[in-house]
Ligand binder design. Structure first.
Ligand code: ZN
Ligand code: FE
Length: 265
């Protein structure tokens, strides 16, 4: 399975999962159909499924047009997004498994993406996690607008408590997980991160690398979960230094104050 990153709008990423053997593809969060159709045509692939993380238009705006071209494609999204995702056919809950049409699972069977319920950015948001095919391989996480490289999504429909619980679920995945988040927000996120976690040498080094990459217009997605755990303040709400910086004594309060500061940054 090959994963393609397709740029859309100003800073969105759409992901196309291509099964070369079958000539089939799955798309994650097609906010815009045109660049997806272009990629599918180049690959000569048939679209079999749309995986939506949440209902915002920059993630589902291309569903209808893709379904016109590929009416058989299944449309997956969170159960609580019923009525908000165009063409939705599957209403997912925590722990559900979505077939990804690849006969290379750990037990030799069909590989699946596991559904992780991550409310906070919206009340229905889900993430999709594909476990590694072999022990030394990488896992793949499609987390929409929940976890970003160096940051996290704004709280539109959820509470800080919910978002901490959601991010904690993602934080428990293996370090060797590629994080395919839906926006190129990394540079701004890290500029904020150094204002609250300024003594973190790994973070400072990462900021320099991302500044250099963005100066050459290179993408910073996917990122690696192990690096996020070390440098993303929104996965580090229980670090003593961050709690101190936020003048807080609880993890949720630390997160809430970080998120509040970031909203004004
Ligand atoms: Zn969103
Ligand atoms: Fe978005």
């Amino acid at each position: 399975m090959d994963i393609y990153r397709v740029a859309a709008f100003r800073d969105n990423y759409i992901f196309v999962l291509h099964n070369v053997d079958r000539g089939e593809a799955i798309v994650v969060d097609p906010g815009d159909a045109e660049p997806v159709l272009h990629t599918l045509d180049e690959l000569g692939a048939t679209l079999t499924a749309i995986l939506n993380t949440h209902h915002h238009s920059d993630h589902v705006g291309g569903n209808r047009q893709l379904l016109e071209r590929f009416p058989q494609a299944q449309v997956y999204g969170g159960a609580e997004d019923r009525g908000r995702i165009p063409g939705q056919t599957h209403f997912l809950q925590e722990g559900d498994r979505v077939p990804i049409g690849d006969g290379q699972g750990p037990a030799g069977g069909q590989r699946t993406a596991e559904v992780i319920f991550v409310p906070g950015h919206t009340r229905a948001h889900v993430a999709y996690y594909i476990a590694p095919a072999t022990a030394n391989d990488w896992g793949e996480l499609f987390c929409g607008d929940t976890l970003f490289a160096g940051g996290c999504g704004r709280l539109f429909e959820g509470s800080p408590q919910q978002m901490v619980e959601s991010l904690d679920k993602l934080r428990q995945l293996p370090d060797q997980t590629r994080v395919w988040c839906a926006h190129e927000y990394t540079l701004n996120n890290l500029r904020f991160a150094v204002t609250v976690d300024g003594t973190n040498a790994t973070l400072q080094q990462r900021l320099k690398q991302v500044q250099a990459a963005r100066a050459q217009d290179q993408p910073t997605v996917p990122t690696e979960l192990g690096l996020e755990k070390q440098t993303n303040p929104f996965l580090r709400w229980d670090e003593a230094s961050l709690q101190q910086a936020m003048n807080s004594t609880s993890t949720v309060q630390t997160f809430a104050r970080l998120r509040g500061k970031k909203d004004l940054f």
